[in-house]
Design a protein around this ligand. Structure first.
Ligand SMILES: Nc1ncnc2c1ncn2[C@@H]1O[C@H](COP(=O)(O)OP(=O)(O)OP(=O)(O)O)[C@@H](O)[C@H]1O
Length: 532
């Protein structure tokens, strides 16, 4: 001990790094310190002139006393005044360090022992700005507060490689999606396709405490970045400035039935056999044919070619397909013999708008039918057009949001089109936004394709483990933080930002009223300049 020389004795804070390895730091801090899981620590190494950053991932009471029972022994008589031998021991996960030139580097070295540690302050977050994208979603969170100047924004090019939004119910998924959509309406970074079965995104829903809970149509400044296709009546369509949704029989392909019905092997074979048939021909044929025993011998319809193809199949299987087609046409009023809005939907996506498919009161089957049909249509179109082969081609990126994604991204045939999109979509500029409260029920191969993780509170341990093992950045040490996230708080891990960011998502109603949510597009700017 005689070799030890005191340093900095005036430093009352006593926040000093005492170890441990390049992948996990420890520091002892006064036992009264107000520290929270997820807090960012800045560790300034005067020797190397580096500022290291680390995230608090654990904490415990500790002391210098040799007697392991020092704190329980006095229980029978009296407690002590605590001196400096009693402290909090923090565990912190290194995130990286800033070198003297301001470059942020991965944590490949350790800070000098006893380097000063402090809870990061506003200016410590300034370097993050260079990594943030233009799709703003919230503010960096530190402890229980936020850093007003540190905005969290996602990069459009990262979302081409899919985004996952994971949260237990009530933790703020819908609010996140509305904030995200509003930023997309403002910035127009890509076409965002969302199916809205409850009108929640269109006009909001009553808040539990009677407060305001608006929808995307309330963001008036961004209205020209929103296109609505709706099944509502004429009057509502006018009120919301929507277009009437119409899907034509010819937009349909037999494989669109997979996500919405169960099929036996024999029935699936029938669908494969007619996979190249035009939607209207298939629907007409099945509608007009009764598939009684020996139906083929007495077939007098016009589509003899199709009849010949199907004659070997069992009548019961054919009747089952017929029933399913009947259900499909009966329950979906927007599904019509002629008149299709797919071209308009495509155009709105190409104009990089948020496209809301508003189908209030419709069944879950209708939602999945539209989603699967549109995903298949755009994926195949782009594949057949050789999309992306020409480097100079404009990006024309599309992001397709899938709510309750565990319905269509688990294993099984019904999920084929979405899985295909998860695996291949990137080549064709189509990303998926996978929204779910049950990541454990999503095919792990699909989770592995997702590069941007927005993790709101997840109470289920298996769900958290699933997320931690699939994310590109290691989220395992953040388990404690993720477990204790409050409503509207998130951990965001995305390719362009060097470490997972603790974030407070904006509250949508306040976000759309912020002054910087006013349109900033060049045309308006130009008009303003030339007329002022
Ligand atoms: N970042 C936030 N800031 C303020 N309030 C929020 C935030 N996120 C969510 N809320 C509020 O919490 C409530 C629940 O949020 P939300 O509806 O987004 O949750 P959810 O996860 O989509 O729930 P559900 O699964 O039931 O649809 C809403 O009243 C919403 O306004």
């Amino acid at each position: 001990m005689t070799n030890l020389i005191d340093i900095d004795t005036a430093d009352a804070a006593k926040f000093r790094l005492i170890g441990q390895t390049h992948s996990s730091y420890r520091c002892a801090v006064p036992y009264t310190s107000e520290i929270f899981l997820g807090d960012l620590l800045a560790i300034h190494d005067h020797q190397k002139q580096f500022t290291f950053y680390a995230k608090v991932t654990g904490m415990q009471h500790a002391s210098n006393f040799a007697d392991a029972n020092w704190d329980t022994r006095p229980h029978t008589s009296h407690f002590y005044n605590l001196g400096e031998d009693v402290f909090l021991l923090l565990e912190a996960t290194p995130l990286g360090y800033l070198d003297p030139n301001g470059n942020f580097r991965r944590p490949k070295t350790v800070p000098t022992k006893f380097s000063g540690v402090r809870i990061a302050e506003e200016e410590d977050f300034a370097f993050l700005e260079q990594y943030m994208g233009k799709i703003e979603v919230g503010l960096v969170r530190n402890g229980t507060g936020t850093i007003a100047t540190a905005k969290v924004g996602l990069h459009p090019h990262d979302l081409n490689q899919h985004m996952g939004v994971f949260a237990t119910t009530g933790m703020g998924k819908s609010n996140f999606m509305k904030v995200f959509s509003a930023s997309c309406m403002k910035e127009r970074p890509f076409g965002l396709l969302m199916v809205d079965p409850h009108g929640e995104y269109l006009k909001g829903r009553p808040a539990p405490g009677g407060g305001e809970n608006p929808g995307l149509t309330h963001y008036k400044e961004g209205r020209d970045g929103l296109a609505i296709f709706s099944t509502r009546n004429e009057e509502s369509i006018r009120r919301y400035g929507a277009s009437s949704l119409s899907i034509a029989y010819d937009d349909f392909r037999p494989s669109d039935l997979y996500p919405i019905f169960e099929f036996s092997e024999a029935q699936s074979e029938i669908l494969e056999t007619v996979s190249d048939i035009k939607g209207s021909s298939m629907i007409d044929f099945f509608q007009a044919t009764d598939f009684t025993e020996d139906w083929y011998d007495s077939y007098s319809g016009t589509n003899t070619q199709l009849a010949r193809r199907l004659k070997e199949f069992h009548e019961a299987s054919l009747r089952s397909i017929k029933r399913k087609l009947e259900i499909l046409t009966r329950h979906n009023t927007f599904f019509r013999r002629s008149g299709s809005t797919i071209n308009e939907i495509r155009r709105a996506l190409e104009e990089q708008k948020v496209v809301l498919i508003d189908i209030p009161g419709m069944r879950e089957q209708s939602e999945l039918f539209i989603l699967s049909l549109l995903t298949r249509t755009f994926l195949n179109e782009r594949r057949n057009d050789g999309f992306g082969a020409d480097e100079t081609e404009p990006a024309g990126q599309i992001l397709i949001a899938i709510e309750e994604a565990q319905r269509v991204l688990g294993p099984g045939r019904g999920t084929a089109v979405f899985r295909e999109c998860a695996m291949e979509g990137r080549k064709f500029g189509i990303g998926l936004c996978v929204i779910t409260q049950q990541p454990k029920n999503i095919d792990p191969r699909i989770l592995a394709q997702i590069n941007t993780y927005v993790v709101l509170g997840l109470s289920d341990k298996t769900d958290r483990q699933m997320i931690a093992s699939s994310a590109k950045q290691d989220l395992t040490p953040l388990d404690g933080e993720i477990q204790t996230l409050e409503r509207g708080e998130a951990v965001i891990s995305t390719l362009s930002v060097p470490f997972p960011i603790s974030c407070r998502i904006h509250a949508f109603d306040r976000y759309i009223r912020q002054p910087d949510m006013k349109k900033t597009d060049l045309i308006r700017k130009g008009l303003k300049n030339s007329f002022s």
